[in-house]
Structures are given as C-alpha cells and as structure tokens.
Design a protein around this ligand. Sequence first.
Ligand SMILES: NC(=O)c1ccc[n+]([C@@H]2O[C@H](COP(=O)([O-])OP(=O)(O)OC[C@H]3O[C@@H](n4cnc5c(N)ncnc54)[C@H](OP(=O)(O)O)[C@@H]3O)[C@@H](O)[C@H]2O)c1
Length: 260
Amino acid sequence: MKDNTKWALITGASSGLGAVFARQYAQKGYHLVLTARRRDALQSLADEISSAHGISCHVETADLAQIGAAAQLKSALDQAQITIDVLINNAGMGAHGDFVDCPADKLAGMLQLDIIALTELTHAFGQAMARRGNGQILLVSSILGYQATPRYAAYAASKAYVLSLGEALHEELKASGVTVTVLSPGVTNTEFIAVADQPMPPMLKRLMMEPEPVVKAGIQALDSGRASVVPGWLNWITAQSNRLTPRVMQRRIMARVMSD
Ligand SMILES: NC(=O)c1ccc[n+]([C@@H]2O[C@H](COP(=O)([O-])OP(=O)(O)OC[C@H]3O[C@@H](n4cnc5c(N)ncnc54)[C@H](OP(=O)(O)O)[C@@H]3O)[C@@H](O)[C@H]2O)c1
C-alpha cells in the first residue's frame, strides 16, 4: 500500500468518464472512493486499479436520484473516517426528446441527480474542505450548458446551472483554499448517449471525443486552478462562438443539431 493520504471521491465511477477519472487518479497515487448504483462494475474496477496501482479503493453504492442520498454518502464516509481531498462530481444522465413526452418522474430523477445531489455533495464536502483550508472540486457540466437546447431542454438547463454554480463557487471559495473547476465536455464516447436515447447524426459522430483526453483536460484544469474548461478545440470554439451569436440563433441551430 502506498503511503498517500489523499482521497478522491468519484461519483458515477461505474462507467464512462467516471471510470476514467478513477484510473487517472489511481495513476496519480490517490486512494479512491468510487460510487454509482452498479456495485459489480464498481467492485471490478476497484479490484483492477487497487492491485495495479497499490492504492485503497472504497466502494459505496448510492442512487443519487433519491432524495437524501448525498447526505447518506457523506455520513457513510464520515463513519469510515475517510477525508475527501478531491471531489469529482461526475454522475449524471440526460433525457433526449420532446419535453412534454418525457415521463415526469424521469425528469424529476434527472434533475435530482444532475442538480440537487451535485449541489448537496459540493456543499457538504466543500464545507469540510473550506474548514480545513484546502481541497479540490470538479463539477462536470456539458457544452450544452452554454446555450438553450431544444429536445435536451431540461438536461441542457441543468448543465447551465452546473456551469454557473461552479464558476461562481470558483470565486467564492478561492480565498478558503478550495479550488472549484467546471469541466464541460462535448459529445464523448461513453454510455451516456445510449442512456439518454440520443440519435447520433454523422456530424455529431465526427465531433465525438474519447473519454481519456476529456478527463485529462479536467484534471489538468483543476490542478492548475482554472475556473472552467471545455475539452477539444472544436468544442471550445462552439462554446465561445455563443458570445458572438444572438440567443435566438443559438437555440435554432441547436434545434437542428438535435432533431432526429
Ligand atoms: N458522454 C457525453 O457525451 C457527455 C457530454 C457532456 C457531459 N457529459 C456528462 O458527463 C458525466 C458523465 O457521464 P458519462 O458520459 O460518463 O456517461 P455514462 O457512461 O452513462 O456514466 C454515467 C455515470 O453516472 C452514474 N449514474 C447514473 N445515474 C445515477 C444515479 N441515479 N445515481 C448514481 N449514479 C448514477 C452511472 O452509474 P450507474 O448506472 O451504475 O448508477 C455512471 O457511472 C455526466 O454528468 C454527463 O452529463 C457527458
């Protein structure tokens, strides 16, 4: 076992970006807390990376779409006497399609996961970090957070919330020694697209990034104290071009991109 006292908590570690965050933090020598709903996937990842890198991996299953799950996760880690140095708020899901056709309970669960649980975890661990005078928090948003997006209306709005929350907290917590960074990926090759039931037109497929460089960009931005990062230069241009484009054009372009 390595003598390394730093712990990273990664939400949504059972697949996609979260599993890659776990691998990249294990390579950096961090002990890990991995959380998501699928215990088997978390446990096999934990077994693989703890033996490959000689770090401790604590698996804690949680359904963060349930009210109170974030507080339960914090108290489980307090009971296990694990102090979190790095929080990667990554777990999330999207719901593609017509807003009025989406079941209300699916929408509510998505917002509970993407907004409420993320906010509660940031609050609980951010408070502990600010008291200690150090810590790092990464919030995973999306380039969809940069403009209104028909057919991803509530998901894109939830990611606009994450982007705004994270950039505000970056300033607010700076003086306390806590770094907050927002990672806003574009379309990335994970389970997200299938879970969201999103069609993949050839144009979007061409923009698709692999999760490894997305995660690397997020960790680099967090470690260098940046407020926000959009990985991939085409994604970066897309996000920045909104500064020059009227909002009516932004949403009409996105309506075309997201049509079936
Ligand atoms: N992939 C993209 O194109 C893309 C683009 C922009 C932003 N993002 C964002 O990137 C983040 C990671 O997504 P991904 O692309 O890696 O997708 P993914 O492969 O579907 O991973 C999502 C993770 O979140 C976990 N999760 C889902 N619902 C949960 C719940 N109710 N409670 C706890 N954990 C839950 C999943 O684990 P379980 O199913 O085991 O619970 C899984 O580990 C999300 O916040 C997403 O919005 C993705």
